[in-house]
Design a protein around this ligand. Structure first.
Ligand SMILES: Cc1cc2nc3c(=O)[nH]c(=O)nc-3n(C[C@H](O)[C@H](O)[C@H](O)COP(=O)(O)OP(=O)(O)OC[C@H]3O[C@@H](n4cnc5c(N)ncnc54)[C@H](O)[C@@H]3O)c2cc1C
Length: 388
């Protein structure tokens, strides 16, 4: 445990993923004393496609991530269980390709450079509230903090310990990194496959990296037991059954569905996946992790009631996006499972849909804005956003 010579940190951040590393850096840059505690030894691998939506870079103040980028994707190749395949290309990159151990380490090193103290292989084991601070126990010692930023991911324990009942809805996701043959690497150069058709919703993906492909499937949790077999079948359709497997890992993704699901209490704020800030259309969460980290740091730095300030800003800036993504998800996956041939043929020819999706990925617009211009969009989103 770093010895800072101080009794109580302004903030202890739990978890060194994109949410935790970004929140810690923001706070430290503004002069707060910050300790970042990470359960695993760093750098750590995280099951993830490693597609960083281009809009994330704006949220990181145009950070140059080229030291850890393994290329980009500007083309989406859509198929349904390998059939009805077609491609659409954006004029600019849609997502940067990273391996999460390197990307998260990069963000963590920036935080350390900004003055954050860090302790890895230091799982927080319990938290108790004292009069004016929190006390956290780790195997290597006890620390005290005026604020807690819980960025401990979709399975982290902090929300439970602090009784912040958050985001119960989740999906199952499964990731395989394969050393693909040259032919496959050439085929997927700057292109991602999105393979739809899973019921009631979900998709398979291929993301190209340097010398390898990240292949995975995300599905509704009640169908999670079949996810391994489905990933194997997907690999087989891609002609990758015999490719060398470098890594295999599954992990849940959680979704906040309503502004009433708590994301904070007193001086403890849940950030990123810990708060269920991933969207139900693409299942991506990195941009929301960074965005919520920015909002959490701002609330801690500027408000006497950070829980209320943070909840307001999440409900204003992120929840409308999650609601809109959920509405789009319902419509899209219903169409591709109910009338697959017609849905794929139609979506191939409606260029507005592609333009809008590409602009959302790049941060030029939002799902909520795009949906609100459709006659039924706003009503559907409102109707669905109250449901859990
Ligand atoms: C298979 C899969 C594929 C995905 N693909 C994409 C994608 O391509 N693009 C995208 O944008 N999103 C994707 N996501 C979602 C994305 O991975 C998450 O949204 C993102 O990792 C959230 O970041 P985070 O910082 O909130 O949490 P995490 O990255 O999960 O980090 C949480 C950290 O907290 C640590 N921790 C947990 N408990 C403790 C404790 N008690 N004490 C200390 N530390 C603790 C963990 O070890 C971990 O390092 C995918 C998810 C899955 C499962």
């Amino acid at each position: 445990m770093p010895s800072s010579g101080q009794l109580t940190w302004d903030a202890v951040v739990i978890g060194a993923g994109p949410a935790g590393a970004t929140a810690a850096r923001r706070l430290s840059t503004s002069g707060a004393s910050v300790l970042l505690l990470e359960k695993q030894s760093l750098p750590r691998y995280k099951a993830c496609g490693g597609g960083v939506p281009a809009r994330t870079i704006q949220l990181l103040d145009d950070l140059d991530i080229s030291p850890v980028s393994e290329g980009f994707v500007d083309t989406i190749d859509i198929s349904r269980f390998g059939q009805h395949q077609f491609r659409k290309t954006s004029k600019r990159p849609l997502a940067w390709m990273v391996m999460r151990d390197q990307f998260d380490q990069f963000l963590t090193e920036l935080a350390v450079g900004a003055g954050v103290d860090i302790c890895d292989a230091a799982p927080v084991q319990s938290i108790s509230g004292l009069d004016d601070c929190y006390q956290l126990e780790t195997p290597t010692g006890t620390v005290r903090a005026r604020h807690i930023l819980a960025a401990d991911g979709a399975t982290g324990p902090t929300a439970r310990w602090l009784n912040i009942a958050s985001a119960p809805t989740h999906s199952a996701a499964y990731e395989v990194e394969v050393a693909a043959p040259h032919q496959a690497l050439d085929h997927w150069h700057q292109a991602a496959n999105v393979d739809v058709g899973y019921r009631p919703w979900g998709y398979g993906w291929v993301f190209p990296k340097e010398g390898k492909l990240s292949v995975g499937v995300v599905k509704a949790p009640q169908h999670g037991r079949t996810i391994r077999n489905q990933t194997d079948r997907y690999l087989s359709r891609l002609g990758l059954s015999d490719a060398e497997v470098i890594k295999v890992k599954g992990h849940p993704i959680r979704y906040r569905r309503s502004p009433n699901e708590p994301v904070a209490k007193d001086r403890a704020l849940l950030v990123g996946d810990a708060a269920g800030l991933a969207d139900e259309f693409t299942a991506e969460g990195i941009a929301y992790a960074v965005h919520s980290a920015n909002l959490a740091a701002e609330a801690v730095l500027t408000s006497d009631d950070p829980a209320a300030a943070y909840t307001r800003s999440i409900n204003r800036e992120i929840q409308p996006e999650l609601n809109a993504a959920r509405t789009i998800s319902r419509l899209y996956y219903w169409c591709v499972t109910t009338w697959p041939w017609l849905a794929l043929k139609t979506s191939k020819h409606i260029n507005y849909l592609w333009r809008a999706f590409f602009q959302v990925m790049r941060g030029d617009t939002t799902y909520a804005e795009e949906l609100s211009v459709l006659p039924f969009g706003r009503t559907m989103t409102q109707a669905l956003s109250g449901h859990t």
